[in-house]
Write a protein that binds this ligand. Structure first.
Ligand SMILES: C[S@@+](CC[C@H](N)C(=O)[O-])C[C@H]1O[C@@H](n2cnc3c(N)ncnc32)[C@H](O)[C@@H]1O
Length: 458
């Protein structure tokens, strides 16, 4: 993918924290990103089995098969709403690869991993090998949140309240985005108590004016819930359980719920139950098609580069279960835990069952293409791209020989006086290009004669 837009480099902002610098000034440059993965069409498997992913790259066929599988899975799933799905007895359905014990183990692993992650200061974060990729991901989140906040606001009168649930909020990297969006109330939920405490501290610092205020409206009110969003009914934990929200956010985390059908259902139900009709549920997840395509192409079950690795723990490269299709994801000092494939037709179908209609699913490269002009100055302000060739005092973070060939080629076609461009190293792009953004809209609920909810477009 090639792209022209504007950016600013790290040295131009004095190394500020990108997540806190969305409103600083920007300079103009050209940018280029490495080619997007076009390799999702590999040849492969034959035959299907009930309740398995068809991992053939033939997407349409695969999606038809998965649709039948999902129909069976979803229709046999429970519609009752226990508060805690770990003890849901008859509601519990075993997925192909996970029983109740492994389900528990994995969520504990994930919580322990995030709890143990050190809160790195600004200077440490800026030294990270993947600082530009993290900033780029942050830019994607900002643009996505902005796109749907604008839609939500369109249906509201000026000054009306705007309430948000951030599921799996982490240490609160998005707190400033909510401030910019001028929301009135935020509910933060995460399984990792230490992360949530850091999130609350950051929020308190914002309220007390320690963090940059930069002229925004008074800060929203907030509440913090330590909970496993895949097992606990969040609405019961809200300070006001009758509250209707406009927006649910779940960034880089929804895939943890695809460990089992009950967990995926619980997460979707949490999103759905929180939203008013017309509200939006948005987020970012790895694209299962791309993950599987790369897995099928590698020798063995492990692939990656110097900044990330993924090791699949499923037996068969051509078939994986709809739930519990597990891989270990390691990312340079940031993530090191089990994750699960989220098969798009399954997600779409399951969400619909909970009154959430998918309105957008877009790979990061396509989303970037769509927003690179509108998000030009923010891309620069957030230092989301690395300068190539580098300034003398700022060496490239990637391998100069291997990681910037796309930039070298791109520059060959630029006018001679065009000396610098912004880019991501090949290694970073290989990670971030795995991801996709999604958005669902909450449908209107009507109650049928049996007292069960049915959903219609709002
Ligand atoms: C990659 S971090 C993303 C954090 C934040 N959303 C962001 O974009 O900066 C994933 C987060 O999901 C949380 N998480 C994972 N599984 C969870 C679960 N079952 N329930 C609640 N939070 C969970 C982790 O504790 C971690 O904070």
């Amino acid at each position: 993918m090639s792209a022209l837009c504007e950016s600013k480099t790290r040295d131009e902002t004095g190394g500020q924290d990108a997540s806190d610098t969305e409103e600083s000034a920007s300079l103009t440059k050209s940018e280029v990103l490495p080619e997007a993965s076009k390799d999702m069409e590999s040849k492969g498997s034959k035959g299907t089995q009930s309740r398995k992913h068809k991992l053939s790259p033939d997407r349409e066929r695969a999606s038809k098969i998965a649709k039948q599988d999902v129909d069976a899975d979803v229709s046999s799933a429970s519609t009752s709403v226990p508060s805690d799905l770990t003890t849901s007895g008859s509601n519990e359905r075993k997925s192909d690869t996970s029983d109740v014990k492994t389900v528990t183990d994995n969520t504990v692993l994930v919580a322990d991993h995030y709890n143990a992650l050190e809160e790195k200061g600004l200077s440490q974060r800026n030294k990270s090998r993947i600082v530009y990729m993290r900033n780029f991901n942050n830019w994607i989140k900002s643009m996505l949140i902005n796109e749907y906040i604008v839609k939500v606001k369109q249906g509201k009168s000026y000054g009306a309240s705007l309430r948000v649930l951030d599921m799996c909020c982490g240490k609160g990297g998005d707190l400033l985005k909510w401030k910019k969006a001028n929301i009135s109330h935020l509910i933060c939920a995460d399984i990792a108590q230490v992360s949530l405490e850091q999130c609350q501290q950051r929020y308190n610092d914002m309220v007390n004016g320690k963090a940059s205020n930069r002229g925004y409206a008074p800060i929203y009110t907030a509440e913090f819930i330590t909970a496993d969003c895949t097992k606990v009914r969040l609405r019961e934990k809200f300070k006001d359980p009758s509250m209707q929200l406009d927006f649910v956010n779940c960034q880089f985390a929804f895939h943890y719920s695809f460990e089992s059908l009950p967990q995926a259902e619980c997460m979707l139900r949490n999103a759905s139950e929180s939203l008013r009709p017309g509200g939006y549920f948005i987020g970012t997840i790895p694209d299962a098609y791309d993950l599987v395509s790369r897995w099928q192409k590698c020798d063995g079950n492990k692939f990656g580069n110097d900044v990330f690795s993924i090791e699949f723990l499923c037996e068969d490269k051509t078939e994986a279960p709809l739930f519990g299709a597990k891989y270990n994801f390691h990312l340079d000092g940031v993530v090191d835990c089990p994750e699960f494939l989220v098969y798009l037709p399954t997600l779409r179908k399951l969400a619909l069952k909970h009154g959430l209609e998918m309105v957008m699913f877009e790979r990061f490269d396509a989303f970037y293409e769509r927003y690179k002009n509108e998000g030009r100055s923010l891309l620069g302000n957030m230092q989301a791209l690395e300068t190539y060739p580098p300034y003398h005092e700022t060496p490239l973070l990637g391998d100069p020989e291997r990681d910037y060939q796309h930039a070298v080629q791109y520059m060959q076609n630029l006018p001679a006086n065009h000396r610098k461009i912004g880019t991501l190293s090949q290694s970073e792009w290989e990670v971030t290009s795995l991801y996709a953004v999604f958005a669902f809209q909450k449908m209107k609920t009507i109650w049928n004669s049996e007292g069960k909810p049915e959903y219609v477009k709002s």
